[in-house]
Every structure is written in C-alpha cells, then in structure tokens.
Design a protein. Sequence first.
Length: 68
Amino acid sequence: MKLNNALKIIRRSEKELNSRKFALEKLNKELKETNQALSILARNIDRDQELLEKNIYERTNTNIIPIT
C-alpha cells in the first residue's frame, strides 16, 4: 500500500515537472524572441543616431560655419 501511494506521488510529481518544463521552454522561447527584437531595435536606434549626427554636422557646416 505504501509503495502504491509512493508511486502515485511520483507520477503526479512527474506530470507537474513536465508541465513546468513545458512552461519554462515556452517562456525561454518568448525571451529569445524578445531579445532578438530588442537587438534589432537597438541597432536601428544606433543607425538613426548616426544619421542624425551626420545630418547635424552637415547642416552646421553648410549653414552656421559660413556665417562666422
């Protein structure tokens, strides 16, 4: 009888572990996708910042420096 109860507990625990494993794998996948999206966003921000700096530099050279 004790062995039978222990086996039931083990099986329940195994099901719970499998369920948690599945949830963790799903969360891990979502985190990887989010990380990839954030990496792309960061690269776009860097590119936009470089373009903005270049634009400011060009406008400064063409509009402000000739005045001085």
